[in-house]
Structure formats: structure tokens, C-alpha cells
Design a protein around this ligand. Structure first.
Ligand code: SAM
Ligand code: SF4
Length: 325
């Protein structure tokens, strides 16, 4: 069975936010005074596993756990094992700020996780701490090494580039691919709920690529189907450089994903306000057939795309940490 929407996109990927809580407060993601969803409103691991199992029966093959900070939710290894063992799920990955990887890398690999994406927006300790609201760069760097050593490969490092905040580090991040096997991916800064976003602060990936090419030429690397990143490599480099143009040349025409929020709604698009409440349906005793109907409904109403680059971003009102970036 497979799920496809009215624009003929096959939906086989679900991003699951396991918590909206986070041990950091990145200035572009989470308002520093934000309140988390109260605990009882968060989906339990059993509820997440049930929804994923229904989605897997409909053709969802890839799951990414995100948040908030997924490693900050207690016993995440349990959920990882449940999903890794689930029939139909071929790929299980996790997006993390990396702070807790030192502690958990081996355990989550052992539980069945395939890969991690680690967010890192500065390699300068003080700046890193300022951007993240107090995070320790050293802890993340050690976490990255531990993830690689544990076999969570390829390790992907996600850098959100913000003009005037960290764009002077683009070249240093690109050079990292000359000395490590990591995938360093530059992400365009997207609007959120922290008031920092302006079109001027968002640097288009073309500009980032031009800056990188002042170091040395890069050549295109074969693209993976459906991934939002376009990949390049310096000659002889082990690592690769990725560009995710979420704003300028959005990848909506290739979008293959649904998002399950920590409080149990299905969102067909990060940039649309549409959310279908699975948590309430489950609390009222919904059968798997009913969950299936709601999943199909969310695919049926998946919008064609966003129009941020035309100045339309009014629906994007919740922060990434709440939706699951
Ligand atoms: N806490 C984990 C982390 O930081 O990787 C997972 C959740 S975080 C919301 C997921 C991704 O969203 C991170 O890579 C983060 O950099 C990205 N993100 C958050 N707000 C963003 C924004 N306004 N523009 C672009 N990326 C953003
Ligand atoms: Fe937390 Fe990740 Fe958002 Fe930073 S980007 S505040 S680490 S959820």
C-alpha cells in the first residue's frame, strides 16, 4: 500500500516530535520564556508506536525522531527499539542538538537507530553558548565524535545560517569536510516564532555556495531521491557539503513527509496551520481504521507548497520545537 497526495507526491516519511521540551533555547527556535506542553498532553510511547504502525501499514517507511530535544525525553531507547523492530519501517533516524550524545550514542545505536543529524550553528564556544542559550560546544563536539564512533553514520551536521549571527563561519564549517567524513549541511533560516527572522537575515543557499567556492571548487554528488539537500564535495574530501534551500527554492514539489507533533496532531506541512488531532481521537477510543482515516485525511489536505519567498508566511506561527523541525 502507498499514500499519495493530490499533487502525486508519495508520502513515505514521518517526522515524529517526541517532546516539545528542550535543554537549550536556540534564539531562532524557541522563545526563551516558552512554556512546554504539560506532560499529560504529550503522546505516550505506546500512542506514538500505534500511530507509526498504522502509518507503516499505509506505506510510511522512514521515521525521524525530533523535538524539542528527543534525547531529553526519558527512556527514548525504548521507543527507538519499538520503532526499529516494527515491520515496514526501513529507516530510523534522529535529529538532536548533540548535548546528550556523549551519554546515549551507543545505547541508541544498539536500540536500532540508523543515523543522527546534529544541529551545530557555531564552532566558537562563546557564540555557541549565546545562540543556544547556554549550551556547551565542547559537549556537542564530543557527542559528534561519539556518534560517529558508535556507527551512527553518516553523521550529518546541520548549520542554520543567519546573516550577522554566524555567516562568517560558513567557510570554516565547509572546511570541516576536508578533515572529517561528516556531511555538513547549510540550512536557510526559516521564519519561526522568535521574531528574529527577516528576509535579509536569511541567506540564500546560492550565496552560501559562492562563499564556499572561494576556498576551492566543489562538484555535485549524486542526489538521494526525495531528500531536501543538494550535495557537493571538495576534490579529495571525505565529507560532503549539503544545501537545504527551505526558503529560496523550496523543495515542496518533492515533499514526501508528514509530521506528528508532541501533543498528538498530524501536520501535513511545516508551513501550514492545518493540524489533525489524533491524540483526542485516540483518547476517545479511535480504532486503527479511524487513525488510518485521519492519516489519509492529512495527506489529502497536504498543501502544494509554501510561499515564504513571496512574503507569505502568516500560517507559520508555532516554533519548530513545538512542531518538530
Ligand atoms: N533539538 C533538536 C535539534 O536542535 O537538532 C531537534 C529539534 S530542532 C527544532 C530541528 C532542526 O530545526 C534543527 O536542526 C534546528 O536547527 C532547525 N531549526 C529550528 N528553527 C529553525 C529556523 N527558524 N530555521 C531553520 N531551521 C530551524
Ligand atoms: Fe532546542 Fe533544537 Fe530548538 Fe535548539 S533547535 S531550541 S536545540 S529544539
Amino acid at each position: 500500500m502507498s499514500l499519495s497526495d493530490r499533487y502525486h507526491r508519495v508520502i513515505d516519511y514521518m517526522r515524529v516530535s517526541v517532546t516539545d521540551r528542550c535543554n537549550l533555547r536556540c534564539l531562532y527556535c524557541m522563545p526563551r520564556d516558552s512554556d512546554p506542553v504539560v506532560y499529560k498532553e504529550i503522546l505516550s510511547y505506546e500512542e506514538i508506536a500505534r500511530i507509526v504502525s498504522v502509518a507503516a501499514n499505509l506505506g510510511v517507511r522512514k521515521i525521524r525522531l525530533t523535538g524539542g530535544e528527543p534525547l531529553a525525553r526519558k527512556n527514548i531507547q525504548y521507543l527507538i527499539k519499538r520503532l526499529a523492530d516494527m515491520e515496514g519501517i526501513d529507516e530510523l533516524s534522529l535529529t538532536t542538538n548533540g548535548l546528550l550524545l556523549m551519554r546515549y550514542a551507543e545505547e541508541i545505536k544498539e536500540a536500532g537507530l540508523n543515523r543522527v543529524n546534529i544541529s551545530l550553528d557555531s564552532m566558537l564556544p562563546e557564540r555557541y553558548s549565546e545562540i543556544t542559550g547556554g549550551g556547551s560546544l565542547d559537549q556537542v563536539l564530543q557527542g559528534i565524535e561519539r556518534a560517529h564512533a558508535a556507527g551512527l553514520r553518516p553523521v550529518k551536521i546541520n548549520v542554520v545560517v543567519i546573516r550577522g549571527v554566524n555567516d562568517d563561519e560558513v567557510e570554516d564549517f565547509a572546511r570541516l569536510t576536508l578533515t572529517t567524513p561528516y556531511h555538513v549541511r547549510f540550512i536557510e533560516f526559516m521564519p519561526g516564532s522568535t521574531n528574529l527572522w527577516t528576509m535579509e537575515r536569511c541567506i540564500p543557499v546560492e550565496e552560501i555556495k559562492e562563499r564556499i567556492e572561494t576556498i576551492a571548487p566543489v562538484t555535485a554528488v549524486k542526489e538521494r531521491r526525495h531528500g531536501p539537500a543538494r550535495y557537493y564535495r571538495f576534490a579529495g574530501a571525505e565529507g560532503v557539503i549539503g544545501f537545504i534551500s527551505a526558503v529560496s527554492h523550496h523543495f515542496c514539489s518533492d515533499c514526501n513527509r508528514l509530521r506528528l507533533t508532541a501533543d498528538g496532531t498530524i501536520r501535513p506541512c511545516l508551513f501550514s496551520g492545518t493540524a489533525i488531532d489524533l491524540k483526542s481521537a485516540i483518547s476517545l477510543g479511535a480504532s486503527d481504521k479511524e487513525i488510518e482515516r485521519l492519516l489519509r485525511l492529512s495527506v489529502a489536505v497536504k498543501p502544494e507548497g509554501h510561499k515564504i519567498n513571496q512574503g507569505v508566511y502568516g500560517d507559520f506561527i508555532r516554533s519548530m520545537s513545538k512542531i518538530g523541525g
